[in-house]
Design a protein around this ligand. Structure first.
Ligand code: FMN
Length: 292
């Protein structure tokens, strides 16, 4: 059966930067047989961000936002999907209010206040997060890395794509701020660099689904190292004092990746093989180099 990818547009403008990149990423996913279900957040019924009802913290609703509004079908679809592609323009230094509304409810439903199992997500899926901005593609990198980290922890392994210095208008000369942007340079970039970015997200959309395929039953599973905490297929492995060096017995990770690494898991045995009592011994077949 084909894999299902949910695509979410958290920007309002049809045919512009965010919409176009999302469409290209969707085409990439479709090219590998995925079925796309798309939501445009600006065209949904009325919704809000998290209303702090704490319904999702009740045992019977664990992992489910119980607030019923325009975002409910989106959350339901993500919960049943094999991957998520989500894009937003940058508004005033952050992602849009629409993105934030979904983000709050998507993440908070999967967050518990239990130190042993801080995440109750039952459907760990790969995520591609796309952001477009007037500013350069590095201007908001720290903010985007923060989103990446939180989505990785509570939804699934997240990749970023940032398209900076975008064309915001066709005719800058008609505004009262032509002095602020070089409209010609923006247009040139849109005609030369943006098509390459479209190709890149197409590829990312197509590899997203390949990664999903690797999640099929078998030995292949996601493991995650987050700040010394280990998740296997989204479940926190408790009772482990992790030292990255001793876990990754065969493949040492560079320091800068020590808080954020994904590997495809081979065999696990509780044999203390890496010299740490009660530690798991990993045989790592393959690193996903797009995460490393
Ligand atoms: C309300 C508003 C606020 C914005 N704030 C920022 C900002 O703080 N930083 C930035 O780089 N771009 C900002 N932009 C520009 C957009 O992020 C940029 O043009 C984006 O590519 C638009 O996406 P779209 O073409 O898909 O609509 C803002 C645009 C709007 C409409």
């Amino acid at each position: 059966m084909g894999k299902k990818i949910v695509v979410v547009n958290a920007g309002p403008r049809k045919g512009w930067n965010t919409d176009t990149l999302l469409t290209e990423a969707s085409k990439g996913a479709e090219s590998t047989g995925a079925e796309i279900e798309r939501f445009d957040l600006f065209r949904l019924e009325k919704y809000t961000g998290c209303i702090s009802c704490f319904g999702c913290k009740k045992e019977k609703f664990k992992g489910h936002c119980i607030c019923k509004d325009g975002l409910t079908p989106v959350l339901d679809a993500i919960r049943k999907s094999d991957g998520l592609i989500i894009g937003s323009p940058n508004y005033l230094g952050d992602l849009t209010a629409s993105f934030r509304a979904l983000y709050e409810r998507l993440v908070f439903q999967n967050l518990t206040y239990n130190a042993d199992t801080p995440c109750c997500n039952q459907n760990v899926i790969p995520v591609l997060l796309i952001m477009t901005s007037n500013a350069s593609d590095t201007a908001y990198l720290d903010k985007m890395k923060n989103y990446q980290q939180v989505l990785t922890m509570f939804v699934g392994p997240t990749e970023l794509f940032i398209s900076g210095d975008t064309l915001q208008l066709k005719a800058y000369s008609k505004t009262d701020w032509p002095w602020y942007f070089d409209g010609e340079a923006k247009l040139k970039r849109h005609e030369t660099v943006f098509p390459q970015e479209c190709k890149r997200v197409y590829e990312m959309g197509s590899t997203l689904i390949k990664l999903v395929s690797k999640k099929l039953p078998g030995t292949s599973r996601f493991i995650r190292l987050m700040g010394g905490v280990l998740f296997v297929d989204g479940d926190l492995q408790t009772g482990l004092e992790l030292d990255h060096g001793s876990i990754l017995v065969d493949n040492d990770l560079p320091d800068e990746l020590s808080h954020h690494a994904f590997v495809e898991l081979g065999d696990i045995s509780r044999d203390g093989g890496c010299g740490v009592p009660e530690a798991y011994h990993f045989c790592i077949h393959q690193k996903h180099d797009r995460f490393l």
